[in-house]
Write a protein that binds this ligand. Structure first.
Ligand SMILES: [Zn+2]
Length: 70
């Protein structure tokens, strides 16, 4: 993902992405980035479809270590 930074004389520095991080298309100059990204589905970001959980969704993220670790 790349960004374009502009600094206006009477405002702070303004940074906007130039491409969609999900589909890679280049944004039009005045295209709303949040509206474009909101139109994508979770699958576009490598996530499960909305409302679907993995079978191991309740499993602990890390194994519990018992005893002394040397
Ligand atoms: Zn996109």
């Amino acid at each position: 993902m790349s960004f374009r930074a502009r600094t206006y004389s009477r405002s702070r520095r303004f940074v906007r992405p130039t491409h969609s991080s999900f589909c890679g298309c280049e944004f039009d100059r005045d295209e709303s980035r949040p509206d474009h990204l909101a139109d994508h589905d979770p699958e576009d970001a490598g996530l499960n479809p909305l409302g679907e959980l993995n079978d191991d969704h309740g499993a602990p993220l890390f194994e519990e270590v018992t005893g002394r670790v040397e």
